[in-house]
Design a protein around this ligand. Structure first.
Ligand SMILES: [Zn+2]
Length: 454
C-alpha cells in the first residue's frame, strides 16, 4: 500500500475559492469515497471484518424483507444468527428464478434507481439482473481507488478499448481527464476510448494507428482485443506508444501473451469484475497470479475443493456482493476455480485468491475425471492462417474448432491442426476442424477462444 496523496501533482487552483471551505463538494466527496475504500481494504483487519459482518446483516435483512425467494433461503432466523457458510449456494439458474419472479428489490422510495443488466453470455445463456446507481458509482470510485492504493502515476494517459458496433469501429473519443471530479484537484493524463468491433483486417490496422497517435499510458483492454491485435501486428508498437501498464479484464490471458508483455517490460495487472457484482479482485503488484479481494465490495469463499488441475486442488469461488440491494448475490457461484488464502504473501492483510487455474468453463474435461488447461492459440497461429478462432468442447471426447477467415481447409491442414491440438489435450479428444468465413459469436462480446459446454 502506498496511499500518499502528496505523491500526486496538485492543480494550482485545486482548493476551493468559497469562504470557510477547503475542497469543493464534488472532489471532496470523491476523495472521501476513495479514502474510505482504501481504509477498508488495506487498514485494520478486525475493523474490516466487523464492517463486512454488519453489511452482510443489513443485506440479509433487506433481502428477507423484500423477497419470498430469500425468505425461503434465510429461514426464520434473525440475520445476526445466520452463518454465511450455511446458506445455500446461489447458481445462475437460482438467480434467473429470483429475477424473473421478483424483479428488482429496490423501490423508488429507497432513493436509488435500479437498471436491468445482463451478463455477456460468454459463459452460456445471458443472465438478467438489476444493479443500482450506488453500484455504478462504486465501480467508478473503486477503479480510481486502485490507482491511489498502488501509488500509480495519475498524470499518465488512460486508453480503453471498448466493444462497439461495426459502424463505430476504430473511432476514438478523448477527454481531458480520467479521474472524474478529482481532475479539478489532481493533475491527470487524458482519457481516450477507442471503439472496436472484431479487430480484423482494416479495422485492426485503424485501431493500431489510433493507439499510436497519443501516449497509451494505462491500456485497459480485454485479452481478446490484445490477442486479435497480436495476430496481425508485432506488439512492439505498444512500447513505442508508451504503454506503461496493461490492465486486462474479463477473461484469462494466454501464457504466451503474458510472456510477450514480460519481454516488452510492460507490467500486466489484471482486474476481475463480474457484471453482476463489480470488482471482485485485483492482481497483486508484487506477486503476479495473486489477487487481492475487493473487500469493500465482496466477501469471497472457496468451497468444494475437488477439482484438480496439474496436481493442484481447486475449489469453486463464491462471491457475496455486500451492496447487491437490487438483485442480492449471496454465495453466488462465479464458475471460477481457484484457491484462497487469508493473507497475500506480499504482506497485504486481506484475503487473496491464487492458483486461478481456469474458469470452470475454460478447462478441458476428460473421461477419467481430469481437468486440463488449454491455451493452444499461439501454436495454432504458427501452423496456419486464420483471422480468429473458437473451440468448444461439445462432448467428453470432442472439441469443435472453427477457424474464421477461411473458406476451406485441406485434409493435410486438418490433420496437422488435429495433431497440434492433441499435443495439448492428449489423443483421447477428437477434433472436428471447420473453416468458416466469420464466426457467429451471437450476443457474446467476450469471444473466449475455448469454452467447455458440457
Ligand atoms: Zn499481494
Amino acid at each position: 500500500m502506498n496511499f500518499d496523496l502528496f505523491d500526486h501533482r496538485l492543480q494550482k487552483n485545486g482548493y476551493s475559492e468559497k469562504p470557510m471551505t477547503f475542497l469543493d463538494p464534488e472532489p471532496n466527496a470523491l476523495l472521501s469515497a476513495v479514502t474510505g475504500i482504501a481504509l477498508i481494504e488495506t487498514g485494520s483487519r478486525s475493523a474490516r471484518e466487523r464492517w463486512q459482518e454488519i453489511q452482510l446483516r443489513n443485506l440479509l435483512n433487506h433481502a428477507s424483507q423484500r423477497s419470498a425467494f430469500w425468505r425461503a433461503r434465510v429461514g426464520n432466523r434473525k440475520a445476526s444468527d445466520v452463518e454465511l457458510t450455511r446458506l445455500p449456494i446461489l447458481t445462475r439458474q437460482d438467480l434467473r428464478t429470483q429475477v424473473a419472479s421478483e424483479g428488482s428489490l429496490l423501490r423508488a422510495a429507497d432513493g436509488f434507481s435500479a437498471n436491468r443488466h445482463a451478463t455477456s453470455g460468454s459463459s452460456g445463456v445471458p443472465v438478467n439482473f438489476f444493479v443500482s446507481d450506488f453500484n455504478v458509482n462504486y465501480n467508478f470510485v473503486r477503479s480510481l481507488a486502485q490507482y491511489f492504493m498502488e501509488g500509480r502515476d495519475l498524470t499518465l494517459n488512460r486508453t480503453r478499448l471498448v466493444d462497439a458496433s461495426a459502424t463505430d469501429s476504430a473511432s476514438a473519443t478523448k477527454e481531458q481527464s480520467w479521474i472524474g471530479a478529482l481532475s479539478s484537484f489532481f493533475k491527470s493524463g487524458i482519457s481516450k476510448e477507442i471503439k472496436v468491433f472484431n479487430l480484423r483486417g482494416e479495422e485492426c490496422a485503424r485501431v493500431v494507428d489510433e493507439l499510436k497517435k497519443d501516449d497509451v499510458g494505462y491500456l485497459i483492454a480485454a485479452p481478446w482485443h490484445v490477442n486479435a491485435i497480436a495476430a496481425a501486428f508485432d506488439l512492439d508498437f505498444l512500447k513505442q506508444a508508451k504503454t506503461e501498464m496493461w490492465v486486462p479484464f474479463g477473461a484469462e490471458i494466454d501464457p504466451e501473451l503474458t510472456q510477450t508483455f514480460a519481454d516488452l517490460a510492460i507490467p500486466v495487472r489484471a482486474n476481475y469484475s463480474s457484471s453482476e457484482a463489480g470488482l471482485i479482485r485485483a492482481e497483486c503488484g508484487k506477486f503476479p497470479g495473486h489477487y487481492h479481494v475487493a473487500t469493500s465490495n465482496v466477501m469471497v469463499e472457496v468451497v468444494d475443493r475437488r477439482f484438480e488441475i496439474n496436481g493442484v486442488s481447486l475449489g469453486k469461488v463464491l462471491v457475496t456482493h455486500l451492496h447487491s440491494y437490487a438483485t442480492p448475490l449471496i454465495r453466488y457461484d462465479l464458475d471460477d476455480l481457484a484457491c484462497l488464502r487469508a493473507k497475500c504473501p506480499c504482506g497485504h492483510d486481506g484475503p487473496a485468491i491464487y492458483n486461478l487455474q481456469g474458469r470452470a468453463r475454460s478447462v478441458v474435461k476428460h473421461r477419467d475425471g481430469r481437468l486440463s488447461l488449454f491455451f493452444p492459440g499461439q501454436a495454432l497461429a504458427a501452423l496456419t492462417d486464420f483471422s480468429e478462432y473458437r473451440m468448444r468442447q461439445t462432448a467428453i471426447d470432442k472439441i469443435v474448432v472453427e477457424l474464421g477467415g477461411r473458406a476451406e481447409l485441406n485434409a493435410d491442414e486438418i490433420a496437422a491442426i488435429t495433431t497440434c491440438l492433441q499435443g495439448f489435450t492428449g489423443p483421447n479428444i477428437n477434433f472436428e476442424v471447420r473453416a468458416c468465413e466469420q464466426i457467429d459469436w451471437g450476443q457474446s462480446r467476450k469471444r473466449p477462444g475455448f469454452r467447455c459446454e458440457i
